[in-house]
Write a protein that binds this ligand. Structure first.
Ligand SMILES: *[C@@H]1O[C@H](CO)[C@@H](O)[C@H](O)[C@H]1NC(C)=O
Ligand SMILES: *[C@@H]1O[C@H](CO)[C@@H](O)[C@H](O)[C@H]1NC(C)=O
Length: 300
């Protein structure tokens, strides 16, 4: 024998140890990848769908009632320029739950985005834009539910929250307006979900969650099924010959969507991580009834 018995034993010991190291290193990564899948089951509980279940993270002003919605299939209409020229309006209008974001208008775009609005998820920064047309948003559209998100500094109720003050005034001027605020706990929860899914601390990474993120977190809680129109996937902007569209369908001539996304993705401070968020949505779509239209996503 070329190898003496003790040498063979030593070699096999080294082999076993290095195999262990390899297995250990490998088993760490799949754990990190798998954990969020587990967590998204836990975070978005799969209880049977209950209509009108109160959603405690969203409280009305001024009466402090929890949000109650009766939505089975929710249509989420993105504000993206992808909505243009797809003539999805009639299809969208057939639904009983139509969600939009911020001040995205319907007038003049009905053929592409539909007429009706059941709910709007609104960023604190977009509240002044709604208040440029208060009669339209809170008077005429008094059957639309508004769910506003924002940081405590703008939303605090002690007189120092500028956005809260504006909304409070709107409920005085338009007593039938249905306005809900995202609670501080729910805001923290949305940050926590981001951290669990991406491994990144939202604040430390210098980013803000997008209105799309808050919309999807709410929709996962409320809707049995989610149909999203006009949202691109996380690889869209790196794909050959993608469709160049305005960032918002109602802002013709603005920077195009992918340029805006790439700018945000790499901004050291104050950016939205739109592309990272889309990768998370793709993952959620594997375990939840989420479908993407115009452009469609390849879903297994
Ligand atoms: C609510 O909107 C409807 C339809 O636009 C309108 O007829 C009604 O007067 C509005 N109600 C209030 C209280 O503003
Ligand atoms: C993402 O979008 C691009 C461009 O539309 C498409 O080619 C690709 O197949 C999509 N990927 C998935 C996973 O949907």
């Amino acid at each position: 024998a070329l190898w003496s018995w003790p040498l063979w034993r030593a070699t096999s010991l080294i082999l076993v140890v290095s195999l262990f190291v390899v297995v250990f290193n490998y088993s760490e990564k799949p754990y990190i990848l798998l954990a969020p899948v587990f967590n998204s089951h836990w975070m978005f509980s799969r209880q049977p769908h209950k209509a009108f279940k109160p959603h405690l993270g969203y409280i009305s002003i001024p009466n402090q009632e929890p949000l109650k919605l009766n939505c089975e299939v929710c249509i989420v209409v993105s504000s993206s320029g992808q909505m243009l020229g797809q003539a999805a309006g009639p299809e969208i209008d057939r639904s009983s739950c139509i969600w939009r974001m911020n001040n995205a208008p319907t007038r003049g775009f009905e053929h592409d985005v539909g007429h009706r609005t059941t709910l709007r998820v609104v960023s604190h920064t977009s509240v002044p834009l709604l208040l440029q047309r208060p009669q339209y948003f809170f008077g005429q559209a008094n059957d639309t539910v508004y769910v506003v998100w924002g940081p405590l500094r703008n939303m605090r109720k002690d007189g120092k929250g500028m956005v809260y003050n504006m909304l409070r005034q709107a409920t005085i001027n338009f007593p039938h307006a249905r306005i809900y605020l995202t609670t501080e706990e729910r805001m923290n929860y949305c940050d926590m979900v981001f951290k669990k899914e991406t491994g990144k601390d939202r604040i430390q990474s210098g980013s803000y969650l997008s209105t799309g993120w808050f919309t999807l977190v709410l929709a996962m809680d409320v809707c049995k099924e989610i149909h999203i129109y006009g949202m691109i996937n996380d690889t869209y902007c790196r794909s050959e010959g993608y469709r160049k569209v305005p960032y918002h369908y109602y802002e013709a001539g603005s920077r195009d969507e992918c340029a805006e996304y790439l700018l945000h993705e790499s901004a050291p401070y104050g950016g939205h991580r739109f592309i990272t968020e889309k990768a998370v949505f793709a993952k959620w779509a594997k375990t939840h009834a989420i479908k993407f239209f115009n452009p469609p996503w390849q879903q297994s």
